[in-house]
Design a binder for this molecule. Structure first.
Ligand code: SF4
Length: 249
């Protein structure tokens, strides 16, 4: 079932698949993996296979029955472009998105190449925002070219967990950047200067900038509970969200 979430940049999660496998540095302390194991132990429906990739077609139609316009994060517990999800199933997910114009759907992937290949010659639904994770330079930056190849109304970047300074980033064709630190007992630190480097490039390129949270380490470089580190960057929150503009529609 779709679920209300505390993730700062969305409203509900919708997981027509659950489970995944690790693909890059950002996956090392995957929140979804730990959560899936916990839900399996609790006997929660849908998590019988733990973190093993599982299609849940019974969940496909959930957004259709919700009238109130809602922003959904698609597959917070998986990756829609995982190699074990058949093209035909992705088409079914996109069909539901297309049939739910009252909602906005945020699809975030680390499998950017597959996403670009999937959408070659196809336009995503107008209410689908497509994004890639950019946690570091080696794994993350190459995903940007794949994202730019897709004709989405909103193309976004999740720099979470931000693991290093990203240097100069080509933000052309990117509408939104979300930055966050890693949470959990094994959280890796995020430095203020890395965040400010991205923010200043977003400001210069007029890209919406959203600071999600510090995670396990504060701006002062000290490790403590996530809530104590909070969401403030230079004394305030940064919650910009892009206005969709479909110049290809
Ligand atoms: S791609 Fe996402 S869900 Fe999959 S293992 Fe990596 S962090 Fe976890």
């Amino acid at each position: 079932m779709s679920t209300k979430t505390s993730i700062e940049w969305t409203e509900q999660t919708w997981n027509p698949t659950v489970g995944c496998s690790k693909i890059s540095a950002g996956c090392a302390n995957c929140y979804a993996e730990a959560m899936a194991r916990r839900l399996k132990a609790m006997g929660v429906k849908g998590y019988e296979n733990g973190f093993q990739l599982t299609l849940l077609p019974e969940r496909l139609e959930e957004p259709l029955s919700r009238r109130r316009p809602t922003t959904y994060f698609v597959n917070s517990m998986s990756d829609l472009f995982h190699e074990n999800i058949p093209d035909n199933y992705i088409r079914k997910v996109l069909a539901v998105i297309q049939q739910s114009p009252q909602h906005t759907f945020q699809i975030l992937t680390k499998r950017a190449k597959r996403m670009a290949d999937f959408f070659q010659g196809r336009t995503p639904p107008l209410n689908a925002w497509l994004g890639v994770t950019v946690e570091n330079r080696a794994d993350g930056i190459p995903r940007l070219d794949c994202l730019r190849a897709v004709a989405a109304c909103v193309r976004f970047v999740s720099a979470e967990p931000l693991l290093e300074d990203l240097g100069i980033v080509d933000l052309s064709g990117i509408h939104w950047v979300i930055v966050g630190g890693e949470s959990g007992p094994k959280a890796r630190p995020m430095k203020r200067e890395w965040v400010m480097n991205i923010k200043s490039q977003c400001d210069a390129e007029k890209v919406a900038f959203f600071f999600k949270q510090w995670g396990g380490w504060g701006a002062d470089g000290k490790k403590r509970a996530k809530k104590q580190n909070g969401r403030l960057l230079d004394g305030r929150t940064w919650d910009a969200v892009p206005v969709p503009f479909c110049d290809f529609a």
